[in-house]
Design a protein around this ligand. Sequence first.
Ligand SMILES: Cc1cc2nc3c(=O)[nH]c(=O)nc-3n(C[C@H](O)[C@H](O)[C@H](O)COP(=O)(O)OP(=O)(O)OC[C@H]3O[C@@H](n4cnc5c(N)ncnc54)[C@H](O)[C@@H]3O)c2cc1C
Ligand code: SF4
Length: 318
Amino acid sequence: MRPFTYERATSITAAAAAAARTPRAKFIAGGTNLLDLMKLQIETPVHLIDINGLGLDGIERTPDGGLAIGALVRNTDLAADATVRRDYPLLSRSLLAGASGQLRNKATTAGNLLQRTRCPYFYDTNLPCNKRSPGSGCAAMQGFSRSLAVIGGSDACIATHPSDMAVAMRVLDATISTINPDGQTRTIPIADFHRLPGNRPDIENALHAGELITDVTLPPPVGGVQTYHKVRDRASFAFGLVSVAAIVQPDGCGRVGVGGIAPKPWRVDAADSAMPLGAEAVASRLLDGAKPTTDNAFKLTLVERTLDVVITEARRRA
Ligand SMILES: Cc1cc2nc3c(=O)[nH]c(=O)nc-3n(C[C@H](O)[C@H](O)[C@H](O)COP(=O)(O)OP(=O)(O)OC[C@H]3O[C@@H](n4cnc5c(N)ncnc54)[C@H](O)[C@@H]3O)c2cc1C
Ligand code: SF4
C-alpha cells in the first residue's frame, strides 16, 4: 500500500473543503471496496477524508411522500428499515442479495453505488486494463469473459457494474444529491449517474473531482409486486451473473432492470412497455444490440429465463 494521510471530517463543508485542498484525495465511507483497491495499488489516493462522522445516516420522508436516504446509511440498516420494507421492498431484497452480513454492516449507500468492477483483469496489475491504466489495452477481450458485459460495452472495456442495490435504485428512479468542493449542490437522476465506457472506461460516473454524495432520494412509492432475483455461482457471497429487478402492477404493466450484463444497471424504456407481453418480448427489447463473447453468450438465455421466473412469480402474487 502506498503512504497516504488521513483526516476525519466533522461537517459536510469541511469534507468538501478538504477535497478542494488536496486534488488526489478520496472520501472513505465503509472502506469495503476502497481499502481492497488501495492494498493492490489500483487506487492510490494521497489523502483519505473519512466521512463517517458527517451525520449523513438518516432515512427520512420527503415532503412529496418520497424517501431521502443519507449517503452513509449502512446497507444492513437500509434493508431492515420498516418504511423501505413496506414501500420499496425491491430495494430491501436487492440489498440482502448482496455481499455478506458483515460487509453489509459496513457498506454504505453511496459507496455501494460507487463500487468498482469485479472484472478479474482489473485486479491483476500485471495485465493491461484500460479502466485501471487508460490506454494500456483490455486483457478481457482475449481472455476469460464469462462474467463480463453482453451489452453497453465498447472496444475499450466490457466490464460490468457489480452492484445489486444500484439495479433496484435504477428501477425505482432514484436521484443522487451531491455537493462539490465549492459548496454547490446538484441532483443527478440515476439513469445519468453511471456512464458507459466508450473510449474512457476509467470515467465511471457523473461525479466531478471532490464531489461528495450527500443522499439518495426515492420518489413516492409506486406499489405493485416488487421482486429482485439474482442468479449466481454460489447461493451467497457471490456477485450476480444476471439479476432482474422488477415491479409488476395488477394489469401486467411495470418496470424492469437487469444487473450483471452491462457497465451500468440496465433499463430500457421499450422493455418496460413490453412487460404485459411476457419475458420473451421484454428480453428481446432489453438485449437489442447485445454483443456477447463466446464465454458469456449464455447470459442472453439466462436473462430471458430469469425474467420469466420473475414475471411469473409477480403475476402469481398480484
Ligand atoms: C467479498 C465481497 C463481496 C461483495 N459482494 C457484493 C454483492 O454481491 N453485491 C453488491 O452489490 N456488492 C457486493 N460487494 C461490494 C460492497 O457492496 C461494496 O464494497 C460496498 O457497498 C462499498 O461501500 P463502502 O461504503 O464500503 O464504500 P468505500 O469502499 O468506502 O468507497 C467506495 C468508493 O466510493 C467513494 N465514496 C464513498 N462514499 C462517498 C460519498 N458519500 N461521496 C462520494 N464518494 C464516496 C469512495 O471514495 C470510494 O471511491 C462485495 C464486497 C466484497 C468485499
Ligand atoms: S473489461 Fe474493462 S476492466 Fe476488464 S480488463 Fe478490460 S478494460 Fe479492464
